[in-house]
Design a protein around this ligand. Structure first.
Ligand code: IPD
Length: 258
């Protein structure tokens, strides 16, 4: 499954990097006027699902642009054909292809390809995380006030206003905040130590499935609200020590609700 995920992500990544039209525009909008889809999101999802159908015909798929099949094997592929579509639309480099395999509901393989960085992040459950062929390790937790924290914003106006309030309450207490624009890359940045921590409300499974496993296998803790798994309510990733403090503060700030 790892080989299949790596090959699918490499093919989609090369297609997106080399084939981006100069006049790329918005093909459709989804949950709001700023939640955009391009023709390349749709083509990338088709490329990935066609390849999976050939290599893993009995598996199910769940893709951001609508792919949804049940399958009969107990394996489900969770696909974000472009994570960071707005960056891709504007020709900004921080976008990725995210592919995870879940077996009986548990994520067992995660691959995030970031072609403009020349990096692919990968993990297999219980076998550690890698960036290209090097082991990936999250940083040791710094004191809260020295943490570089990544986050992101959803596409609904009310949710965004609330997310801005939460980030405004956090900013005075940390080293700084980053909004990269691809949740999958943000999670991998925790895995390789380019961020100390990351959190976001409102993610979909295709945004976080692969990156969450990669961050966890790199030594970070991941979760949602205290005692819960990462979900659309809240996804948090950070090394032990920092994780609990950030999760607690986010819970107090009500970062998990609109
Ligand atoms: C988005 C990105 C972004 C995050 C949004 C996601 P998309 O995914 O991951 O960083 O803040 O919540 O929806 O729409 O580009 O696949």
């Amino acid at each position: 499954m790892l080989d299949v995920a790596l090959e699918a992500a490499a093919r989609a990544g090369a297609f997106l990097r080399d084939g981006r039209p100069d006049d790329l525009g918005v093909a459709a909008t989804k949950t709001s006027a700023v939640d955009v889809v391009t023709e390349m999101d749709i083509a990338s999802e088709k490329l990935i699902t066609d390849y999976l159908a050939e290599r893993r015909p009995d598996d199910g798929v769940l893709g951001e642009e609508g792919a949804a099949t049940e399958g009969s094997s107990g394996v489900q592929w969770v696909i974000d054909p472009i994570d960071g579509t707005v960056n891709y639309l504007y020709g900004r480099p921080e976008w990725s292809v995210s592919i995870a395999a879940r077996k009986d509901g548990e994520t067992v393989v995660g691959v995030v390809a970031a072609p403009m960085r020349g990096e692919t992040y990968r993990a297999v459950l219980g076998e550690g995380a890698f960036v290209n062929d090097r082991p990936a390790r999250a940083r040791v937790a710094p004191p809260f006030g020295q943490a570089l924290v990544g986050t992101g914003f959803g596409y609904l106006a009310e949710r965004r206003a609330r997310q801005a309030e939460v980030v405004g309450q956090l900013l005075p207490h940390v080293r700084d905040i980053r909004r990269g624009g691809s949740a999958a890359i943000d999670l991998c940045d925790v895995a390789v130590g380019r961020l100390n921590a990351y959190y976001e409300r409102g993610l979909n499974p295709w945004d976080f499935a692969a990156g969450e496993l990669i961050a966890r296998e790199a030594g970070a803790r991941t979760g949602g609200r205290p005692g819960q798994a990462p979900s659309g309510d809240l996804t948090v990733a950070a090394p032990p020590g920092l994780f609990e403090e950030l999760q607690g503060r986010l819970d107090e700030l009500g970062a998990w609700h609109d």
